[in-house]
Design a protein around this ligand. Structure first.
Ligand SMILES: Nc1ncnc2c1ncn2[C@@H]1O[C@H](COP(=O)(O)OP(=O)(O)OP(=O)(O)O)[C@@H](O)[C@H]1O
Ligand SMILES: [Mg+2]
Length: 257
């Protein structure tokens, strides 16, 4: 059974069909990339999958269950996690406090609980393991806003793993990173192995071709084509879609779309 099944999903903003009749499946353990020019509807599609937005029509099934109208919380509880296109950390809290909050999955309004979390030995051990996995344990007492952007990004990805998700949705994980930081993220995503299924939005073709087993190209809210990295790299329609941006679909050049 597919882990995620998306059936004819659409959403409209006024007259704009931001996502239109999109259908696809993700198999357990698969790493799938979602690409497409700016404004193609990629983040909107993510919002429909994670429950931030409700579709005008269509269905989403996760592990065979219809979650089309389930809350974000319910989806997280079932095993879905996401990182955002823009870093979404508690920037005036320390790295450690962010890790504790991520592990507890608590809401921002419940900061009062932090002092209890700091005393919880089991939670502390989990936070240490999580931060060590992204080499941020030594920086645990730093305020997040004082970290380099690449470190914030790594922390955010680590936190999206804190709930031990089965499906991880990453929206431009390498956005704003240097080439070497981006290569590091590529390695980390690959290291997740087949334990965690990944759906990733990316403009960075090195990341896409380095990580994805299958690629879906979104254009004006619709699936224009899908295939393996090799098929996408050589597809004439994909080349035509990106002609306007005058950037090639080549990995190895830090090619961004
Ligand atoms: N809340 C909203 N209200 C109205 N229009 C919206 C809203 N969110 C997105 N849009 C529009 O829907 C379209 C798809 O936007 P979306 O952010 O999903 O694109 P994207 O593929 O993620 O682009 P990018 O690569 O730039 O991140 C765009 O035309 C955008 O302006
Ligand atoms: Mg986007």
């Amino acid at each position: 059974m597919a882990l995620l099944e998306v059936e004819n999903i659409s959403v409209h903003f006024g007259g704009l069909a931001a996502v239109s009749n999109v259908s696809f499946n993700i198999e357990p353990g698969e790493r799938l990339a979602l690409i497409g020019p700016n404004g193609a509807g990629k983040t909107t599609l993510f919002n429909l999958l994670t429950g931030q937005l409700k579709p005008s029509s269509g269905k989403v099934l996760f592990k065979g269950q219809d979650i089309t109208h389930a809350s974000v919380f319910a989806r997280t509880h079932m095993g879905m996690a996401r990182s955002f296109q823009i870093v979404s950390l508690f920037s005036y809290q320390s790295v450690l406090v962010n890790a504790l909050i991520g592990l507890q999955g608590i809401h921002k309004s419940r900061y009062g609980l932090v002092k209890y979390m700091l005393r919880d030995q089991e939670l502390q051990a989990a936070a240490r393991e999580l931060l060590e996995s992204v080499e941020l344990w030594d920086l645990r007492d730093e305020i997040v806003s004082s970290l380099a952007y690449g470190q914030q990004r790594k922390l955010e990805i680590a936190l999206s793993l804190a709930s031990k998700p089965e499906l991880l949705l990453l929206d431009e994980p390498s956005c704003g990173l240097t080439t070497s930081e981006s290569a590091d993220i590529t390695t980390r995503i690959k290291e997740l192995g087949s334990r965690i299924t990944v759906l990733m939005i990316a403009h960075d073709m090195d990341l896409v071709f380095g990580v994805a087993e299958r690629v879906i190209v979104l254009h004006y809210g619709r699936i224009a084509c899908e295939g393996t990295c090799e098929e996408i790299r050589t597809d004439q329609l994909v080349k035509d879609i990106y002609m306007g941006s005058r950037k090639g679909l080549t990995a190895g050049s830090g090619g961004k779309l």
